[in-house]
Each structure stands twice: as structure tokens, then as C-alpha cells.
Design a protein around this ligand. Structure first.
Ligand code: SF4
Length: 428
């Protein structure tokens, strides 16, 4: 959790959506949390947090302690004794990495993940990554990004990680023909479904970032069109554009409508006729609509309040309002990245109350006054809100669960129906 000087400004943003900008105390998890899903996704990567005991505890408790498997994350703890000099800290880091690489020949990609303790901030991890990459080339590539909790939300860890990967993508491999790059970590099952759909649409050269293995990293260049699968990747998007790739603007693939619009946007960019898109997506659209419809009795007409946490809030609100008939009381987001969210904002009903940033006490007051049926928030707020009689949903679960695509639309709706059902049973 971190704080700043309180400031609240309300403006009418685009699409007639009032936006409340708040710059006060805010409750967020740090970017280290994203290691939990990233280490599962990139199967030959290792995430070495350069941090404190607090960082080690956070990452262990978030990811669980793996007793039987070899873990692919760890913390190099930089303690007081390391403060004697930066040279000592660099030597210590080199020793830790050396031991790790020697013991784990399966590691092909090593991320040095920065954190917020002051002794770590003094360390130049960019230089350390270059030095170590040279030392262990060609078998291990060493990159770095920050997972620091200073002014970040937990999904920014993924943004930093993917932006670091973009810098290492080859341009030679992308020169030949137009290609599609799907950007944002997706569960393997979801990635496989999308790959089959792109195949059926006739889009041949499709890469996913992050890849499942380091040597599957796609190429990039002016013929690359990128399609974001997650809404929190503003830095990655800038890095891709610096390498010549061009965006495909689309809503995000949540629910039947979002998934269809997302696929349609990719198809239009590659000249796929609308009739082909229609026939390829027909079965999926119908399955998703049927699965979502089952949750309408539980969710239709219910009022939902989003605290800013995962940066998925706006696409989620769009799905819940448009496909399940819920009412969004307030949709808070840590950052309102308009370039990435334009298509989503256009789909929200006029007058939807948006807020960017946070002043947690004021927002709690608004939430309590509104008495929503369900609140989506971070772990730190969930317990006090439950104790105050509210029904909550942890936003972090939406990153740990496959929710994108047609075949996950019903599961996504169920994630919101379940806490309401539990509350009803408790009250009986
Ligand atoms: S990076 Fe900062 S906020 Fe995150 S666990 Fe470490 S000390 Fe805490």
C-alpha cells in the first residue's frame, strides 16, 4: 500500500463517461505478484527477485511453496550487510546467479526483478543483466524489469516483463510476411483455443507474447500487427510500436461479445471476409451465450462496485453490464489507458461512473453509501468489507483463472455469481 497527497478531480471524459480522478492513499499489491502467473507461462524462465525478506515472503505466500517441483522463482535477499558498497552487492548478485545457472541447466531466460527497498533501487539491474547475459551467453539470456511496489499495481509486473522481452525480439524473422502478435499472458488452454480460431480464419503467422519457451519468441517489424489480450500493457505497447509493430484496436476477449469483437478486429486487419469470421465464430458465440445465460438469474439487475486493482475493471464491467444485465455503480481503475481502452469505453452505457487512481477512505465511503450487491477489490480491502456485511470478489483471482475466450465466458460469469450465492446461503 502506498500513499500520495490527496487530490480529487471530476471531469467528463470521452463517451460521456464522468471520470473521477483521485490521487490519495491507495491499496494495491506490488508487481512482484505477476511472477505467480508468468513463471507458469514461460516454462524455461526463472524469476530472481532482487529484494528484501518482505519480497521473499510475498512471493512465497502468493505462489505457494513448491515442495516436490524445482521452483522457478526465488529472492536474492539484499540485506544491510550488502550496503557496504555497490560493488559487494553486484558481486553477491553475480555469485547467486552463477550458482543458479550452474545448478539449473533447464533455465534459458533469467529475469532479474527489481523491488522497492532503497538498497535495491541503488543497484543498476540493467547493467547487471547485460553483464550476466554476456557471461552466460548463449545458453542463458538475462533480462531485467521492475516489480517494485512504488506507485504500481500488480499487473504492471507483467507489463514490465513483456516490455523487456520486446527489446530482445528479432527483426529479421518478421521481415518476410505480415504477422499477428497476440500480447498478454493467457492460460495455455486459452492460447490453444485462440490459435485454432486464427488458423480457421486463415491467419497463418501468429505469435504469442510471452511465449511458452524462450526460443519461441516471435519476430517483430513493420509488418507485425499486435493485438492486446490484456488491458494493462501500456509500456509493452509503446515498446512494440518503437520496434515498428502497429496496433489492432479492439475490445478485450472477455465474454461472447468481447471475444467476437476481438477476433473480428484481427480478421479485418488481415483481410478475412466477414462471412468467414461469422461462420468460424458461430459455434463459439452460441456456446458462450448459453453458458453466460445460465448465470443471468443470479447476476441480472445486481449492482457491482469496482475498486481499482487489476486494471481489468473496465472490460469486466462492460461484460457484466452488457451480457449479464448488471449495473456498474462505480468502475475504479488504477490507470485509465485511453489508447488501449477506447473500444471498451465506447461500449459502456452513457453515464457509467469511472474513477482513476484512488483515495481509499473516500472510495470506501462511496461504496458503503451505495450498498452494492458485490464489490470487486484487492485482498487488503476484502476482509474489512466482508466484515462490514458486503459480498466481495478478489480481483487477483481474475488473473489466476482462465477467463478469456468463448469457452471461459461461463466460468467468468460464475466467478461473480459464486460469492453472491455463498452470501445467500449464509443468510438462509
Ligand atoms: S517490492 Fe516493495 S511492495 Fe513488493 S514485497 Fe518487496 S518491499 Fe513489498
Amino acid at each position: 500500500m502506498s500513499g500520495a497527497t490527496a487530490r480529487t478531480v471530476t471531469e467528463t471524459g470521452c463517451h460521456d463517461l464522468p471520470v473521477l480522478y483521485e490521487r490519495g492513499q491507495h491499496e494495491v499489491f506490488c508487481g512482484l505478484t505477476s511472477i505467480v502467473w508468468l513463471h507458469r507461462k514461460i516454462q524455461d524462465a526463472f524469476f530472481l527477485v532482487v529484494g528484501s525478506r518482505t519480497c521473499a515472503h510475498l512471493i512465497q505466500s502468493a505462489a505457494g511453496v513448491m515442495i516436490f517441483a524445482e521452483p522457478r522463482f526465488a529472492t536474492a535477499i539484499m540485506e544491510e550487510r550488502d550496503l557496504a558498497g555497490l560493488a559487494d552487492m553486484n558481486d553477491e548478485l553475480d555469485r547467486v546467479v552463477g550458482r543458479l545457472v550452474e545448478r539449473r541447466p533447464d533455465i534459458k531466460l533469467l529475469f532479474l526483478v527489481g523491488s522497492c527497498p532503497s538498497e535495491v533501487i541503488k543497484l543498476d539491474l540493467g547493467r547487471a543483466a547485460e553483464r550476466l547475459s554476456r557471461a552466460f551467453a548463449p545458453s542463458v539470456r538475462v533480462l531485467h524489469y521492475s516489480g517494485s511496489g512504488i506507485e504500481t499495481t500488480f499487473t504492471q509486473g507483467e507489463d514490465g516483463c513483456l516490455a523487456a522481452l520486446v527489446a530482445t525480439m528479432s527483426s529479421a524473422a518478421a521481415e518476410a510476411a505480415p504477422s499477428l502478435l497476440v500480447v498478454g499472458a493467457l492460460a495455455d488452454v486459452v492460447e490453444d483455443q485462440f490459435r485454432r480460431l486464427f488458423d480457421a480464419l486463415g491467419i497463418e503467422r501468429v505469435g504469442f507474447l510471452p511465449p511458452r519457451r524462450a526460443d519461441q519468441l516471435a519476430g517483430i517489424g513493420p509488418k507485425t500487427r499486435y493485438l492486446l489480450a490484456q488491458p494493462f500493457l501500456a509500456d509493452t505497447a509503446k515498446a512494440l510500436e518503437r520496434r515498428g509493430a502497429r496496433p489492432i484496436e479492439a475490445p478485450f476477449p472477455l465474454g461472447a461479445e468481447g471475444t467476437t469483437a476481438w477476433l473480428e478486429a484481427a480478421a479485418a486487419a488481415f483481410g478475412v471476409p466477414a462471412e468467414r469470421v461469422d461462420s468460424v465464430t458461430e459455434a463459439g458465440r452460441e456456446r458462450a451465450a448459453r453458458a453466460v445465460e445460465r448465470h443471468r438469474p443470479a447476476l441480472g439487475g445486481k449492482r457491482i462496485f469496482f475498486f481499482p486493482d487489476s486494471q481489468l475493471e473496465i472490460p469486466l464491467a462492460r461484460f457484466l453490464v452488457r451480457e449479464l444485465g448488471m449495473e456498474a455503480v462505480e468502475v475504479g481503475t488504477p490507470y485509465l489507458h485511453r489508447a488501449q481502452l477506447e473500444r471498451e469505453l465506447a461500449l459502456l452505457p452513457p453515464g457509467t461512473a469511472l474513477s482513476e487512481g484512488q483515495d481509499v477512505e473516500r472510495q470506501l465511503d462511496r461504496c458503503q453509501a451505495a450498498k452494492p450487491d458485490i464489490v470487486v477489490c484487492g485482498l487488503g480491502l476484502a476482509n474489512p468489507l466482508e466484515a462490514a456485511g458486503m459480498t466481495t470478489k478478489w480481483s487477483i483471482e481474475l488473473l489466476f483463472t482462465p477467463i478469456q475466450g468463448y469457452d471461459q465466458a461461463g466460468d467468468l460469469a460464475e466467478l461473480f455469481a459464486r460469492p453472491l450465492d455463498r452470501r445467500t446461503r449464509l443468510e438462509v
